[in-house]
Ligand binder design. Structure first.
Ligand code: HEC
Ligand code: HEC
Length: 388
């Protein structure tokens, strides 16, 4: 009897010891120490991981329509370690053939991760064919496709394309893997994110996608207002000026149709559409990518979050201000066979919104309420390299 009791206590003690020795916190602590020791002269990383995997999203992101258009695949959920690796890759100029251009060269945090230039400059000084795209809330897009012409079927596919583009970064994936493998800090970051130190293009794709998907903007005045009224965007927001509330009413009205294409709490569409920029569809857009004439001149209806920081506008950056954009929708829509029905009148003619100058001011003021200063200044999205 007595012997058995002692044995039992001994077993419990051994179990407790074994558990504490392997507890996750300790392992994490060791890895973090290693990261700080090895790379602090090159990289400015936090002592413990930033929270990318579980941001405190408001109800209007967690529920319903917005949650339904999240394109995160089950095979690549955002983890704190994976997004941290993705952040370093995103800002690393070694991703280009001559070490001059990073993803962040054309996707600037202060501009909602777009580029203030109409066309972006690649590694040898060449220009991109289209305007850079803002990345706020790229995670939320119903058909999950990427680029203005939606030629990338997934984000995992998309993030490897600029690296191999002859104008943008000019690398082969094999060259890139060899180059990154020789940096000490990547060994630890890959180990931490994926459980083994080897650099592979698949892991690069997964990590960059995680970082891009972590760029969720949910703390704008619009969000504050929506929370204050309990989630009904038709109510006047107490934190909005009269002109901002008027702009909101117009945006969500049948007269403008804005919210029927720029939908959900992320203000993004379900697919590419033709919004009447041109009568002759010379840039074929999705039709050029998939070879179907009925899709000519259709372009991705991306999120309007942080749009006031994202000038110039449209796939070719033709408009320099939001006022020009709204004036275009008001009176400049061009007819073509592919013009979306929402921008036609009942008789098939082109929609004319008859907005007054005050209405135009109000729509611009409303679009400016989608700017999220916390997102723009959040260190977890900033450049981690010490000497860039
Ligand atoms: C030289 C400038 C340049 C570089 C470098 C660059 N991009 Fe881009 N990015 C663009 C342009 C321009 C577009 C739009 C191109 C198009 O649609 O044809 C774009 C589009 C995107 C999109 C599509 C967004 C959407 O909503 O569909 C993503 C995501 C993206 N880039 C991520 C990245 C990542 C990750 C890197 C680094 C591996 C990177 N970019 C490097 C200029 C650049
Ligand atoms: C038929 C669908 C549709 C309607 C209605 C619509 N849009 Fe758009 N919007 C788009 C598409 C598609 C694009 C991208 C077009 C392109 O670049 O070729 C776009 C682009 C934009 C852009 C520029 C985005 C960027 O990243 O450059 C802004 C701003 C904008 N729309 C605001 C509005 C406002 C305000 C209204 C209402 C007055 C409106 N939209 C109505 C489909 C629509």
């Amino acid at each position: 009897m007595k012997k058995r009791g002692l044995l039992f206590i001994g077993l419990v003690a051994m179990l407790a010891f074994a558990c504490s020795g392997n507890s996750e916190d300790d392992v994490l602590g060791e890895i973090e120490d290693a990261v700080n020791e090895d790379v602090s002269d090159v990289l400015n990383l936090p002592a413990s991981y930033y929270n990318y995997s579980n941001p405190a999203l408001p109800a209007h992101f967690r529920n319903g329509q917005t949650a339904n258009i999240d394109n995160t695949p089950g095979s690549n959920p955002v983890t704190d370690e994976g997004a941290t690796l993705g952040r370093v890759l995103f800002y690393d100029r070694k991703l280009s053939a001559n070490n001059t251009i990073a993803c962040a060269s054309c996707h600037l945090q202060e501009n909602g991760f777009s580029d203030p230039d109409q066309f972006s400059t690649g590694f040898e000084g060449g220009l991109t064919g289209r305007n850079s795209m803002g990345l706020s809330n790229a995670r939320y897009y119903d058909n999950g496709r990427f680029f203005w012409d939606e030629r990338a079927a997934t984000l995992e596919d998309q993030v490897l394309m600029p690296i191999q583009d002859g104008v943008e970064m000019g690398m082969t994936l094999d060259e890139l893997v060899v180059k990154l493998q020789s940096e000490d800090y990547y060994e630890i970051l890959f180990q931490d994110a994926f459980g083994s130190p080897e650099v592979t293009s698949e892991k690069i794709s997964l990590a960059l996608s995680q970082f891009v998907r972590s760029m969720v903007s949910y703390q704008s005045p619009y969000d504050e207002g929506l929370i204050a009224v309990g989630g009904d965007e038709d109510d006047d927001f107490p934190n909005f000026s009269a002109i901002e509330n008027r702009g909101k009413d117009l945006f969500f009205s049948g007269r403008t149709q804005c919210s029927n294409c720029h939908e959900t709490a992320t203000f993004s569409g379900d697919r590419a559409r033709n919004n009447g920029l041109d009568a002759i569809l010379s840039d074929l857009g999705v039709g050029g990518a998939n070879g179907r004439a009925q899709d000519n001149g259709e372009f991705k209806t991306g999120s309007l979050r942080n749009i006031a920081l994202g000038a110039p506008y449209m796939h070719d950056g033709r408009f320099s201000t939001l006022r020009e954009v709204v004036e275009f929708y008001n009176s400049g829509i061009q007819n073509s066979p592919n013009l979306d029905n929402r921008l036609r009148m009942g008789n098939g003619g082109v929609r004319r919104m008859n907005l007054s100058p005050q209405d135009i001011d109000a729509l611009v003021a409303f679009l400016e309420t989608l700017t999220d200063p916390t997102f723009i200044e959040d260190p977890k999205f900033s450049d981690p390299f010490v000497d860039q």
